[in-house]
Design a protein around this ligand. Structure first.
Ligand SMILES: O=C(O)CCC(=O)C(=O)O
Ligand SMILES: [Fe+2]
Length: 251
């Protein structure tokens, strides 16, 4: 739940600037509202201010307060923002427009527990005597109907290091192709808790996610749901979403 937290960037940054505490805002049924009177560059003084560095114009507020500001005020509910969350980047920030890592962007280290887990999982696929260094991760959030097109992850310097890719939530079909786009892919299910090591030959192969299953019969989310049985909003999200965390050594 802390993965989309600034300085980690998400697909929402381009429109709203950094957004803090999205999951908490969903629980509290908050609404993100644009303050049109706020001149660019001035801080609103509110702790909930989430605008970007230049224009601190968007902040979470209570639903009632958003309604009272009238129709002219632009707003979007936290639950819609969560539904439209598509990716967040951890550690070294991946720049999607340039398709490379922008080391000059502010960033935190990969969270320690995730780092330790990735090191353990990567160990069988590492060159003899070397330890995996988790430097960046991309978190993909899939809702019903979302897909990930066939691609290669080729912006990391050393392909002898694996990518550790973990799946949570709804079951998906994962296609692992060959080194050319034309090679016929192998299809497999990825279920909650599954880990893929993109290593060896597979590190150089096209892959993608053409389908996630959000229906009750096929999603297979029961085990994950047990961890969140008291949190209704989160439960609803888990039942209808897939989260993929893939961790990379960049250099
Ligand atoms: O969602 C997945 O299982 C794969 C994600 C992936 O390939 C990527 O982010 O590069
Ligand atoms: Fe990938």
């Amino acid at each position: 739940m802390n993965f989309p937290q600034p300085p980690n960037r998400t697909n929402h940054n381009a429109i709203y600037g950094p957004i803090s505490d999205l999951f908490a805002a969903v629980k509290e049924r908050k609404v993100l509202v644009e303050d049109e009177n706020m001149p660019a560059g001035l801080d609103s003084g509110s702790n909930d201010c989430v605008g970007n560095e230049d224009t601190c114009r968007w902040s979470f507020c209570e639903e009632d307060s958003a309604l009272s500001r009238g129709r002219s005020c632009k707003s979007v509910s936290a639950s819609v923002l969560l539904r439209k969350l598509r990716w967040s980047t951890l550690g070294l920030q991946f720049d999607w427009s340039k398709r490379n890592y922008n080391v000059s962007l502010p960033h935190n280290k990969i969270p320690d527990e995730l780092c330790q887990l990735a090191k353990k999982l990567a160990a069988p696929a590492m060159p003899m005597g070397e330890e995996f260094q988790p430097e960046a991760a991309i978190v993909n959030y899939f809702a019903s109907g979302d897909t990930l097109g066939g691609h290669l992850d080729d912006m990391e310097a050393d392909w002898s290091k694996p990518i550790v890719s973990m799946s949570l939530g709804c079951k998906a079909i994962f296609l692992l192709g060959g080194k050319s786009r034309e090679d016929p892919p192998l299809a497999m299910f990825l279920r909650s808790g599954d880990v893929v090591l993109m290593a060896g030959e597979a590190r150089e192969c096209f892959h993608g996610v053409p389908r996630i299953f959000t229906d009750k019969e096929n999603a297979e989310t029961t085990t994950l749901e047990l961890h969140f049985c008291d949190e209704n909003d989160i439960l609803e999200y888990i039942r209808t979403s897939r989260i993929n965390v893939n961790i990379r050594q960049v250099f």
